[in-house]
Design a protein around this ligand. Structure first.
Ligand SMILES: Cc1cc2nc3c(=O)[nH]c(=O)nc-3n(C[C@H](O)[C@H](O)[C@H](O)COP(=O)(O)OP(=O)(O)OC[C@H]3O[C@@H](n4cnc5c(N)ncnc54)[C@H](O)[C@@H]3O)c2cc1C
Length: 303
């Protein structure tokens, strides 16, 4: 596996800005991105410097990609599932694993938590957002993973090493896993996460048509823990997996150089909280790109 200098996760304003500065600093960054983040829903951007007419979020995103590519930046279309490693960072993606000396998290902010009753209420009481962080508490216990994509599968496999049973619940959606796996999947719609002091299980909406055919469908599935892994892994999940500190509002904690509490791990853009605007994401990305370069040079000089 080639050792990259800098891997940037996310190709929105923060990730691309980081890539531009890192590339101009001779760091040959690799950007890994899948999908369009916040800009996908932005109909018109007109409050960013230099725009003499409004651009749609999608146009701005595409322009950013083209600008980075023109500078020779490599952009890989892959979903990042998690980051681990010890001396160097190991980035696990749907297209394989990559290794880097420094990582910049720029995946934007996660969309709202699922509106399933019980998810918010049981946060910290059986509802978790990070398998690597909390799997240990569920040794020998039954757990559920909410999600329908490779991220959910990745979390389920992490839990399967310790839990007695793991089931993935897609909440009525068709699974979108890119590979075969042995983890049981339940596709029924979820009514609520239930319990008293702690999570006790998942209440499913019963499908009357299935019942009429004579099959008995249990509507309550016991579970000691519920892991939320909907959509893709966000920066905060990745940061938490790695043991980086979050602020009390749940954003990634960074210093004035955009470095997290883990040396060599930087974060920029919506994932660090504050003003959720392109201007701030671009500034933080630039800072992170420059500082990640300085970090790499400090490794070389041994200081
Ligand atoms: C409806 C709407 C309107 C807005 N209007 C304005 C406006 O007028 N002006 C303004 O300044 N700002 C506006 N914003 C805010 C602006 O879009 C964000 O502040 C900005 O896009 C944040 O940039 P970012 O790079 O931090 O994150 P994002 O733009 O969200 O980019 C993150 C990137 O990371 C990718 N990604 C996420 N997870 C993974 C993963 N696991 N693996 C690989 N890739 C991943 C995403 O697909 C995305 O490409 C608006 C936002 C919304 C939702």
């Amino acid at each position: 596996m080639k050792l990259e200098k800098i891997i940037i996760i996310g190709a929105g304003p923060a990730g691309i800005s980081a890539a531009l500065y890192a590339a101009r600093g001779n760091m040959d960054p690799l950007v890994i991105n899948h999908g369009i983040g916040a800009l996908e829903k932005a109909e018109k951007i007109e409050n960013y410097y230099g725009l003499d007419h409004p651009l749609s979020g999608r146009e701005l995103f595409e322009t950013g990609l083209a600008q980075a590519r023109a500078l020779g930046v490599r952009i890989l279309d892959a979903q990042v599932l998690g980051v681990g490693g010890f001396d160097t960072f190991e980035v696990h993606t749907t297209e394989g694993d990559f290794e880097a000396q420094s990582v910049i998290l720029a995946t934007g902010s996660k969309r709202a938590a699922p509106k399933i009753p019980g998810v918010k209420e049981f946060e910290g009481k059986g509802v978790s957002y990070c398998a690597v962080c909390d799997a240990f508490f569920y040794r020998g216990k039954e757990v559920a993973v909410l999600g329908d994509s490779d991220f959910a599968l990745h979390e389920a496999e992490e839990l399967a090493n310790l839990a007695s049973a793991v089931t993935i619940y897609t909440d009525g959606r068709e699974p979108r896993f890119s590979r075969e796996h042995p983890i049981p999947v339940n596709t029924m719609k979820i009514q609520a996460i239930e319990g008293e002091e702690k999570v006790a299980g998942i209440r499913l909406e019963t499908d009357m048509s299935v019942q009429e055919e004579g099959e008995i469908v249990p509507s309550f599935m016991p579970a000691d823990g519920v892991f939320v892994a909907i959509g893709t892994a966000g920066s905060t999940e990745i940061a938490k997996q790695m043991g980086a500190e979050l602020t009390d509002k749940g954003h990634i904690k960074v210093d004035e150089n955009m470095q997290t509490t883990i040396p060599g791990l930087f974060a920029a853009g919506d994932c660090t909280g504050g003003l959720l605007q392109v201007a701030k994401a671009v500034y933080e990305g630039a800072q992170a790109g420059i500082e990640a370069g300085k970090y790499i040079r400090s490794l070389r000089s041994g200081s």
